[in-house]
Design a protein around this ligand. Structure first.
Ligand code: NAD
Length: 441
C-alpha cells in the first residue's frame, strides 16, 4: 500500500506544510539497484584510542568504498572504538565523531566497532556497553535517511570476521536497518569472500517458506539475484501465486503446508544435493486479546510460526540435508521483542524464534558448521500490514527513526547478508529491520 505521506513530504508545498506543523520528515531511502550498488562518497576511518582488534584497515579496504582519514563529505564513517576500556576513554568517542557527524552525506552510514563487554572487567564492560546507548541515541539524531550501528568483534579477534557485515551495513542494502548491535563470534570466515562478488551465492541452493508473496517472495528474489538456485514454498492454496513467483524468478515451486507432518521429508526430497540456505519466513497472525482468544487461534499461530520451524529445522539438521557452511534464517518480529495488544499468540511465537536462534546457533555451528540467525521486521509494507486499521498503520509507519515503513526488500537484504558464504562469524543474532522502531529495545 502506497505511503502517501512520504510522497507528500517529497513535494515542496508538502514539506513546507508538514514542517510548519512539526510533523515527521521521512527522507526517501536509497536502496540497492544495479546502477547504484554502493554509497556515493568516501568512507572516513576514525579510531578512538588504540584498536583492540587486528585488520580493521584491511577489512574496510574491502568494503567497496574508498577509505580516507579526512574528508569534507563522508558517505560513511567507521569509528574503531574497540580499545575503549574506561569511562574516560569514552571522551575519545566524542572527540572523534563530534567534529564530523554534521558532515555525513544524506543517506549516510555510521558504524562503531566495539568489543564484547567483559564479564571479568567491569570498567571495560561499562565503557563498551556505553557504546550501545551512544549508537542508539545517535541513530535517533542523524536524520536524512542515515543509519547508525554497533558491531562487536571479540577482543583480540580479527576484523576479517566483520567483512560481510561491514559490506552490508556500509551499503544501500541496509537502508532500513538502524540502531542495531551485532555481536560477532570468533569463527573464521570459512571459504572467504565469494569468487564472484556480484553473485556470491552461485552454486548454492536456497529454500524460502511462505514465498508466494510479500517478504518471502522478496527474499527469494534477492537470493536469486545473488546467484542462488531457489526453491519457493507456500501452501497448496497459494499454488497459482507461487508458480507465478517461481516463473518470475526462475525458481522451483514447492506447494506444501509447512505444518504437514512430512514437510521436512518433502523438502529433503526436493533438494537431493542438499540445502545451503533455509529461510523460515512463512507466518500468520490470528489477533485477539487473550480474554477473547479461542484455543484454535492460539494453536494455529504457534504451529505455523514456531513449532513447524523447530520441527523442520531439527529434522533437516539431523538428516544432514543442510550442508556444512549452511545458513538457517528464521523470521521473528519486533512484536516478539516489544509485545503487542491482541498478539499474545503471535508475539509468543516470534519471541520463541529468538530463543531458538540464540540457543541453537552455537550448537549448530559446532555440530554441523551451520549458522542460525533471525530477522525481526518492524513495520513492512505488505498485505499483512495493509490489513491493519488506518490509524494504527500510520502510527506503525512513523514511529521509527526513519519515519516510514520498510519494504519487503529491506528484510530480504538482511537475510541475504546472513546467507553470505563469509558470514560465518554472524551466528545466533537477531537483526531488527525496523528503521529503529520506538517499540522494543
Ligand atoms: P504475508 O501474509 O504476505 O505472507 C506470508 C506467506 O506465508 C503467505 O504467502 C502464506 O500463504 C504463507 N504461509 C502461511 N502459512 C503457511 C504454511 N503453513 N505453510 C507454508 N506457507 C505458509 O506476510 P508477510 O508480511 O510477507 O510476512 C512474512 C513473515 O514476516 C511472517 O513470518 C511474518 O510474521 C513476518 N513479519 C512481517 C512483518 C510485516 O510488517 N509485514 C513484520 C514482522 C514480521
Amino acid at each position: 500500500m502506497a505511503d502517501r505521506y512520504l510522497h507528500l513530504t517529497g513535494t515542496a508545498p508538502g514539506r513546507f506544510l508538514t514542517r510548519r506543523l512539526g510533523l515527521p520528515q521521512p527522507a526517501p531511502l536509497r536502496r540497492w539497484t544495479l546502477e547504484t550498488p554502493r554509497l556515493e562518497g568516501p568512507l572516513l576511518h576514525l579510531t578512538a584510542g588504540a584498536s583492540a582488534v587486528t585488520g580493521v584497515a584491511e577489512a574496510l579496504s574491502r568494503s567497496g568504498l574508498p577509505v580516507v582519514g579526512d574528508t569534507d563529505r563522508p558517505a560513511a564513517i567507521v569509528l574503531d572504538a574497540t580499545g575503549v576500556a574506561t569511562a574516560a576513554g569514552l571522551g575519545d568517542v566524542h572527540g572523534a565523531l563530534h567534529p564530523v557527524v554534521r558532515s555525513l552525506a544524506p543517506g549516510g552510514r555510521i558504524v562503531a566497532l566495539g568489543t564484547v563487554p567483559s564479564p571479568d572487567d567491569h570498567h571495560q564492560a561499562a565503557a563498551q556497553q556505553a557504546l550501545e546507548g551512544f549508537v542508539r541515541s545517535l541513530g535517533k539524531e542523524t536524520g536524512r535517511g542515515s543509519t547508525v550501528q554497533l558491531v562487536r568483534i571479540p577482543v583480540g579477534g580479527a576484523a576479517q570476521a566483520a567483512e560481510s557485515t561491514l559490506r552490508f551495513l556500509l551499503s544501500p542494502r541496509s537502508a532500513y536497518v538502524s540502531g542495531q548491535v551485532i555481536e560477532l563470534t570468533t569463527a573464521t570466515p570459512g571459504p572467504g569472500p565469494a569468487a564472484d562478488p556480484a553473485a556470491p551465492l552461485t552454486g548454492r541452493t536456497a529454500l524460502v517458506t511462505g514465498a508466494a508473496r510479500g517478504i518471502g517472495a522478496a527474499v527469494a528474489s534477492v537470493l536469486a539475484r545473488d546467484g542462488a538456485r531457489v526453491i519457493v514454498l507456500d501452501v497448496p492454496g497459494a499454488r497459482e501465486e507461487l508458480e507465478r513467483t517461481a516463473d518470475r524468478l526462475g525458481a522451483t515451486a514447492l506447494p506444501l503446508d509447512i505444518t504437514a507432518p512430512d514437510a521436512a521429508g518433502r523438502i529433503a526430497a526436493a533438494v537431493p544435493d542438499g540445502l545451503d540456505v533455509l529461510v523460515h519466513n512463512a507466518g500468520i497472525t490470528r489477533d485477539r486479546r487473550l480474554a477473547n482468544m479461542p484455543s484454535d487461534r492460539w494453536a494455529s499461530v504457534i504451529e505455523v510460526n514456531l513449532d513447524s520451524v523447530l520441527r523442520t529445522t531439527d529434522e533437516l539438521l539431523k538428516a544432514g540435508v543442510i550442508a556444512r557452511g549452511g545458513r538457517i534464517v528464521a523470521t521473528a518480529s519486533i512484536a516478539g521483542i516489544a509485545g503487542n495488544t491482541g498478539q499474545t499468540n503471535y508475539a509468543a511465537s516470534k519471541a520463541g524464534i529468538i530463543g531458538l536462534v540464540r540457543s541453537l546457533g552455537p550448537r549448530a555451528a559446532a555440530d554441523h558448521g551451520v549458522t542460525v540467525n533471525a530477522v525481526a521486521p518492524g513495520f513492512i509494507e505488505t498485505r499483512m500490514t495493509a490489513a491493519v486499521p488506518l490509524f494504527i498503520r500510520e502510527a506503525g509507519r512513523r514511529m521509527n527513526s526513519l519515519s516510514q515503513g520498510g519494504l519487503p526488500v529491506d528484510v530480504a537484504e538482511a537475510v541475504a547478508w546472513f546467507a553470505q558464504p563469509d558470514s560465518t562469524a554472524v551466528n545466533g543474532q537477531v537483526l531488527r529491520v525496523c528503521g529503529q522502531s520506538l517499540l522494543g529495545a
